[in-house]
Design a protein around this ligand. Structure first.
Ligand SMILES: Nc1ncnc2c1ncn2[C@@H]1O[C@H](COP(=O)(O)OP(=O)(O)OP(=O)(O)O)[C@@H](O)[C@H]1O
Length: 945
């Protein structure tokens, strides 16, 4: 009795070994049992536990309780939850529920260990991605250092499951091919029973086959998602690094359109890789298994022909394949440029609207889009020829080869004889059997050959995908190697004396990239044809300061003691902000050192991340204030409003969770989590869950005193009205658009007052604030013992400072000079201020006096109308200075005789005499208001005399 997948019953069936025959059945049986046991025998509890244990992508959040918007907002106020094991969990809103995502930041030592594996790309490796050793090295570094760091990781588990299903599908394909042959054989033999059996098996086989297909697709998508998540988290930790690395600040000097690298490229790479894995593994496996199956029936010659067929195909396709890798890299860059342009318009919408620059922006964006489209179009055109050749070769050449290969054993070889095709042989049952057997062999082989052609086709497609992956891999590798190899940041140095900032022999220079080209700076006019031949080298070179340029500030030596407020002034572009950049460690303090000394003789800096914040706050818990005081806080010239609530605008960069930690009296209750033990560590780690109500009850609130302080600070900066107007401190809005320019600057001052740093650099950050409010804010800051370092062009701010640093800027090849002077004692500064106030008051009246002078001059111009003979000409009748003719006439009438005399005297005065009279009159008027004729205060002139 023939079984479904056993050898055909013919005298000379396809010679397939029995071991290969039984293995698929065992495998299929195992899968079936596995599925059956999963669905039937798992108890309800086990299912719930399994559901809880699955990674969040599998998980449907608890259906027990949905949170209302208020509860959700309350839970989400704390972005992180501290776990008992010391890690953190990110809370992510999802359909009125909260999903917890465990976060383990990448350690700095990991970055250090990874750096040697990501050396900077130079030469053709950077400019012409290809499938070569360089590509393999890049792929290995990304995969095994970051994306799949260990075989115990969840990604490795997914790859294993994915591979299992891929193998299973190949095995199932062979079984289907066999069964196909057997069904047709039974039809040819008119064996109804066998046919029905075969059909039943066909349906049975369809179950694992279709299930396998959907699982392959599922694991492919899941793998892409996991790879993307791994890379994104790694890149977030690397890119958004705190002082002194500040990679997000410095990387833009080396890579253009870095947001495209960090977002779209990572996604494209993950999708390409996970898709390619399936597209290469499965067809390769198919190729090996199908070839081995076929070779048994094709003989040596047939097998050789099969390999010749492979070789010819690969040779033809290699010859016609364009540089897909490079094309993909260029496309990604152009996409990035277009996307960045769109983002810029969205960000600067108001500024563009004020200028009515829509048309100009449209031109810029259209140009970027057309560049992209032109490129994509060219790629499509290139593909026509390639795909035509590919289709011709894969579909038709392979099919023809398939026919030929099947015919070889049947028509010409000894197999022909062995198949019982001797001419003149007996007819009847034996012949039927032989025909049926040949049909079965043919159908099975044909199906295998078709599958082989399909596998070959997919491998060829995969070659193209592989080239594209090479392009994306090069981009991703470039990003990683650039970030990992950025030159070191600049630390504040030296600790000598407590409580002072020392700048010693500093040259402030503009950092420049001195050699090489930025990545992404490719010739805009480069056409697709040139891409292949292009020998341009795009490499990253370390930053070097523009040592040939004269420094903005040369040999700067300063000591800023606590309480010794300093104002930095000088005209635009002389390097005032540059000094702040050196102080904050953003720019290199060439030659000298900056020391920022804390009270205990150690450096005191802002906490960089949550972990450091904890240590920072723990250190300061013993101090008098519960909240620590950072050493330096810089308020930049352009106001920055982060995403978050009104409260988070004030406490930036502190998070709400940290704010609560500092201000709540009781520690938050531990949050209950659950995990299951039978999954790999990586999977169960991702599986901790918390019910919504547990989260809600564990969400602590800030203390009343802390909130009171926030209210008081807002009052001090005259923003108290915002709380009521906007609906509370926890309202989240796009504050960048909601607040006016002056309000944003006041918010900046509120941050300074809340943080109470020891030194605060205020860079033109009150330029839009009225001077009375500005004064009160300065006094409030000083009352909190904050030493101010103000960068400003407004002399009126000098009174709040005791030192004045004036920068003169470089001139020609001369380096920038500086002068330091003391502003004087507080009384002196106040008396100077008094004088300034008096003069400012007087200057306010200047407008009125100028108006009066103009009136008088107009009156004079009337007298210019007296003719040479001393008589008034027609002009006299014109209304003068707003007086109507009737008024003048009336006044003459009222004055009677005297008026007559005046009139007569006017008529006899010469023009010059009249002018002199009028000037004397004007002088008297000016004198009466205390000004000389030049507009200067008379007292001052007399004093000078
Ligand atoms: N990243 C940079 N790359 C090149 N040049 C820069 C960079 N940053 C600043 N500069 C240049 O350095 C000089 C000093 O800049 P800085 O911002 O310190 O001026 P400033 O004195 O604060 O001027 P303002 O009063 O206008 O704010 C300017 O000429 C500026 O163009």
């Amino acid at each position: 009795m023939p079984t479904a997948f056993s050898k055909p019953i013919l005298p000379h069936p396809l010679p397939i070994p029995s071991s290969l025959n039984r293995r698929p059945i065992v495998l299929a049986f195992f899968v079936f049992l596995l599925l059956r046991s999963r669905t039937v025998t798992l108890s309800k509890d086990a299912l719930v536990s399994l559901k809880n244990s699955l990674p969040s992508v599998y998980k449907c959040p608890s259906r027990k309780k949905k949170l209302n918007p208020d509860e959700l907002a309350k839970v989400l106020q704390q972005v992180y939850v501290d776990e008992p094991d010391g890690s953190k969990t990110l809370l992510v809103p999802y359909r009125e529920r909260v999903i917890k995502v465990p976060i383990r930041p990448t350690s700095k030592s990991k970055f250090v260990a990874d750096t040697p594996h990501f050396s900077l790309l130079v030469g053709t490796a950077a400019s012409k991605p290809n499938i070569d050793l360089a590509f393999l090295a890049q792929l290995r570094a990304i995969l095994f250092r970051i994306a799949i760091p260990s075989w115990r990781s969840s990604e490795a588990g997914i790859v294993a499951l994915h591979s299992t299903f891929l193998v299973l599908r190949t095995v199932l394909s062979i079984m289907v091919a066999r069964l196909d042959g057997r069904i047709v054989r039974d039809i040819v033999k008119a064996d109804g029973k066998g046919f029905l059996k075969g059909l039943a098996l066909w349906f049975l086989l369809a179950i694992p086959s279709s299930f396998t297909n959907s699982m392959i697709r599922h694991f492919q998508s899941l793998l892409a998602l996991r790879l993307r998540t791994r890379l994104t988290r790694y890149l977030h930790d690397l890119y958004l690094s705190s002082n002194p690395d500040l990679r997000y600040y410095r990387a833009s000097n080396y890579l253009e359109g870095i947001d495209q690298y960090l977002t779209a490229d990572v996604e494209a790479w993950s999708n390409a890789l996970s898709g390619l894995y399936g597209n290469i593994l499965k067809p390769s496996l198919d190729l090996v298994l199908f070839t081995s199956q076929l070779s048994r029936s094709l003989g040596v010659r047939g097998t050789l022909l099969l390999f010749l067929n492979y070789y010819t195909t690969v040779a033809i396709l290699r010859a016609v394949t364009p540089a897909f890798g490079r094309l993909a890299a260029v496309e990604a860059r152009l996409e990035g440029e277009y996307r960045a342009g769109m983002g810029r318009v969205g960000r600067e919408a108001e500024e563009v609207a004020f200028y009515d620059g829509g048309a100009r922006e449209r031109d810029i964006l259209t140009k970027a889009y057309m560049k992209l489209i032109k490129h994509v179009n060219s790629v499509y055109k290139i593909r026509i020829a390639y795909e035509w050749t590919e289709d011709y070769v894969i579909k038709y050449l392979w099919s023809a080869a398939g026919y030929a290969l099947i015919a070889v054993p049947i028509l010409y070889t000894r197999t022909k004889r062995s198949l019982g095709l001797q001419t003149g042989g007996p007819l009847g049952d034996g012949k039927d059997e032989a025909v049926a057997g040949r049909t079965e062999t043919y159908i099975s082989n044909r199906r295998l050959l078709l599958s082989l052609a399909d596998a070959g086709g997919r491998l060829m497609y995969a070659y193209k995908d592989l080239l594209e992956l090479a392009g994306l891999t090069t981009r991703l590798y470039t990003l990683l190697s650039t970030l990992l190899n950025l030159p070191k940041g600049y630390q504040p140095l030296l600790v000598e004396r407590a409580d002072e900032i020392c700048l010693r022999n500093i040259d402030v220079r503009i950092p420049r990239i001195s050699k090489g080209k930025k990545h992404g700076h490719e010739d805009e006019t480069k056409t697709i044809d040139k891409i292949v031949d292009d020998e341009d080298e795009i490499d990253v070179k370390p930053v070097e300061n523009g040592l040939n340029d004269p420094p903005l500030v040369h040999d700067l030596n300063l000591v800023i003691k606590r309480g010794d407020h300093m104002m930095i002034t000088g005209s635009n572009g002389v390097g005032k902000t540059a000094v702040a950049r050196v102080l904050a460690g953003l720019w290199d303090p060439i030659d000298g050192g900056v020391s920022l000394n804390g009270e205990e003789g150690g450096q005191v800096e802002m906490p960089r991340d949550e972990t450091e914040a904890d240590a920072f706050f723990a250190r300061s818990a013993k101090a008098a204030h519960t909240r620590p005081r950072p050493a330096l806080y810089v308020l930049p010239q352009r106001s920055y409003m982060p995403v978050g609530s009104l409260l988070e605008q004030i406490i930036y960069p502190c998070s709400y969770a940290t704010f609560i930690k500092m201000t709540s009296s009781a520690p938050p209750a531990p949050v209950r989590t659950s995990s299951i033990s039978f999954l790999p560590v990586a999977l169960s780690r991702a599986a901790s869950t918390t019910t919504a109500s547990a989260l809600l009850s564990s969400t602590p609130s800030p203390s009343a005193a802390a909130l009171q302080e926030i209210h008081e600070i807002l009052e001090k900066v005259h923003l108290g009205y915002l709380i009521e107007r906007e609906g509370g401190l926890h309202v989240r809005k796009e504050w960048r658009d909601v607040l006016s320019g002056g309000e944003k600057q006041r918010m900046g001052m509120a941050r300074v007052l809340w943080w109470r740093p020891k030194w605060a650099v205020l860079d033109e950050c009150t330029s839009a604030v009225s001077s009375d409010v500005e004064g009160r804010m300065y006094e409030a800051a000083k009352a909190l013992d904050i030493t101010l370092i103000t960068i400003s062009l407004r002399p009126s701010l000098a009174k709040y400072h005791s030192q004045l640093l004036t920068l003169h800027g470089p001139s020609g090849s001369e380096p920038g000079k500086w002068t330091l002077s003391r502003v004087g004692t507080a009384e002196e500064r106040m008396s100077v201020q008094h004088e300034i106030d008096v003069l400012e008051d007087k200057l306010r009246d200047v407008e009125g006096w100028e108006k009066r002078v103009k009136e008088l001059e107009a009156m004079l111009s009337v007298q210019e109308g007296v003719n040479k003979d001393g008589e008034l000409d027609e002009l006299e009748a014109e209304p003068v200075n707003g007086f109507e003719e009737e008024d003048m006439t009336a006044s003459r009438d009222d004055n009677g005789e005297a008026e007559e005399e005046d009139h007569a005297s006017v008529s006899v005065l010469s023009a010059s005499e009249f002018r002199r009279d009028q000037e004397e009159y004007a002088d008297e008027e000016l004198e009466s208001v205390g000004l000389s004729e030049d507009g200067f205060a008379i007292d001052e002139i007399e004093e000078e005399a």
